[in-house]
Design a protein around this ligand. Structure first.
Ligand SMILES: [Ca+2]
Length: 246
């Protein structure tokens, strides 16, 4: 009888300990999954880390106010027509796409930013007041500059949506339908790839942003340019900045 009592006590103690162990494990798991815990943070996609340390400040690498009589030979129209008129770059096409690429210089840093003023002339059709950076374009290449790049489409698809294309693929998370291009309005546009943090601002408001886990950058992804579709776009006061290695 006494023996049975001892067995019963041991059995109860073991059950209690098992319950306590299960509770402790559950509490540990819950704590690990809590927002801000190391485990929860590890589940979040981490921003891509630059392989080289870059300057904190943005350094002006190229400036063009298109004040010459003709378009600088640095620029090459790869589709449609590009020219200088009234101190501005005019890119136009009546059919399908128009594109102009800045052949030199190229921008190899993983920190790259372009800023410019742009508009579609009053009374004309608006579609794609668009710009690309980190393009793989080369004079010997067979594809247009916008295809192997980050293409920021403001008023893309016949002025129905804004979106980012990465090497031709639409990044669904960036698609919006407002604001769209109003012909005659001059916009100040900034596009940036800052070590994988990709964004487009129009008049100081962020139109799209997206974190790329495998950012485009480097010598083979270093061209920039402009793009439109069945439209005319006018560009001025272009500045290209980069962050330089420390
Ligand atoms: Ca100008």
């Amino acid at each position: 009888m006494q023996y049975d009592h001892i067995v019963s006590l041991d059995s109860k103690r073991r059950r209690t300990m098992r319950v306590m162990a299960v509770v402790a494990v559950m509490a540990y798991v819950i704590a690990l999954a809590a927002p801000g815990s190391p485990a929860a943070d590890a589940q979040q996609p981490q921003p891509w880390r630059c392989p080289i340390e870059l300057s904190d400040e943005w350094v002006l690498a190229y400036y063009d106010d298109f004040s010459g009589q003709a378009l600088s030979p640095r620029w090459r129209a790869t589709a449609g027509a590009a020219s200088v008129k009234d101190g501005q770059l005019v890119l136009s096409t009546e059919k399908e796409q128009a594109e102009v690429v800045l052949e030199k210089p190229r921008f190899e840093s993983p920190g790259l930013r372009m800023e410019f003023d742009a508009h579609v002339p009053q009374g004309t059709k608006a579609s794609d007041l668009s710009v690309f950076i980190n393009s793989d374009w080369s004079p010997e290449g067979k594809t247009g500059g916008c295809e192997g790049s980050y293409l920021f489409q403001f008023g893309g698809m016949l002025n129905t949506r804004n979106q980012l294309r990465r090497t031709g693929e639409i990044v669904d998370a960036t698609v919006t339908t407002q604001p769209l291009i109003q012909p005659g309005v001059i916009y100040h546009v900034t596009v940036e790839n800052d070590c994988g943090r990709v964004r487009m601002d129009v008049d100081g408001t962020t139109l799209l942003k997206w974190d790329d886990q495998k950012p485009l950058w480097g010598r083979d992804q270093s061209a920039v340019g402009f793009y439109t579709w069945e439209s005319t776009i006018v560009i001025d006061n272009l500045k290209v900045y980069h962050r330089v290695p420390k």
